[in-house]
Design a protein around this ligand. Structure first.
Ligand code: KIV
Ligand code: NA
Length: 277
């Protein structure tokens, strides 16, 4: 398979083919999603919660995100790799946004970066695009600023708020974003916005009418036991499978059933005799 490019995603959209995106946070998860044939992989700042144990995405640092992004890079061949700029790493100025995005590309090895919000974020996106790095927007429920949005809840549920989702989408599109994530937007609001969009829209809790979908790896595999949003369908329950396996290991060690002979190294009898003598 050929590496997925920004242009290839636009082609998928033009052909009406759905785009598949998922998060990954380390080398093995990158290999899994690559083998499964997804189009785009996001090293989401959801890593703050799914793999680093923070209560929200707010505390995660640039350095932590770059370390995870670089690990995913090493496990990924085909999908487009999206780095997720963490809270506080791009809001201050265009200069800050561009230098953070450059670090993600150079040190993390991502192909493109993502940032949250419309408004000022559209100017940051424009500046990063001008520096030669493609940018993905993210609007609707933006977890980095969820407190200001009144918590983790659907966005655009009033006419006025739906209007601001549309405004944000148009601003990011005009700023040169190659794609936008819509998170937690009523399906009918998404449907009404889609005819205005010329770039691939990737939904998470935004209904069936976007050009593609994104989900968090740990949510769809059932690894994470924290809060499960309405849109997080589970295709597996890996957490209980992992707990079962580790429990069996503990049990076999405690009753001396492990290690068995096949897990032990041998030594020639004459060598052993000489050693013991
Ligand atoms: O961090 C993340 O996982 C995300 C996706 C849910 C879009 O931003
Ligand atoms: Na994110």
């Amino acid at each position: 398979r050929k590496p997925v490019t920004v242009n290839a995603l636009a082609d998928l959209r033009h052909r009406g083919e759905r785009i598949v995106m998922i998060t990954a946070y380390d080398y093995p998860s990158a290999q899994v999603v690559d083998s499964a044939g997804v189009d785009m992989v996001l090293v989401g700042d959801s890593a703050a919660m799914t793999v680093l144990g923070y209560p929200t995405t707010v505390p995660v640092s640039i350095e932590e995100m770059i370390m995870l992004t670089a690990a995913v890079r090493r496990g990924l061949k085909t999908p487009l790799l999206v780095g997720d700029l963490p809270f506080g790493s791009y809001e201050v100025s265009n200069e800050q946004a561009v230098s953070t995005a450059i670090r993600f590309v150079k040190e993390g090895g991502c192909d493109v970066v993502k940032l949250e919000g419309g408004g000022e974020s559209a100017e940051r996106a424009r500046a990063i695009v001008r520096a030669g790095i493609p940018v993905m927007g993210h609007i609707g429920l933006t977890p980095q600023t969820a407190t200001a949005l009144g918590g983790f809840r659907a966005q655009g549920v009033t006419a006025e708020r739906a209007r601001s989702v549309l405004d944000d989408a148009l601003r990011l599109q005009a700023a040169g974003c190659f794609s936008i994530v819509f998170e937690a937007v009523p399906a009918k609001v998404t449907k009404a916005i889609m005819p205005h969009m010329k770039i691939p829209v990737i939904g998470i809790g935004a209904g069936p009418d976007t050009d593609g979908q994104v989900l968090v790896y740990h949510d769809l595999l059932g690894i994470f036991d924290g809060f499960q949003p309405k849109f997080a369908k589970r295709w597996a329950n890996m957490r209980s499978a992992m707990i079962d396996a580790v429990s069996e290991y503990a049990d076999e060690v405690r009753r001396s059933a492990f290690p068995a002979p096949e897990h032990c190294y041998g030594i020639k009898q004459e060598e052993l005799d000489q050693f013991i003598a």
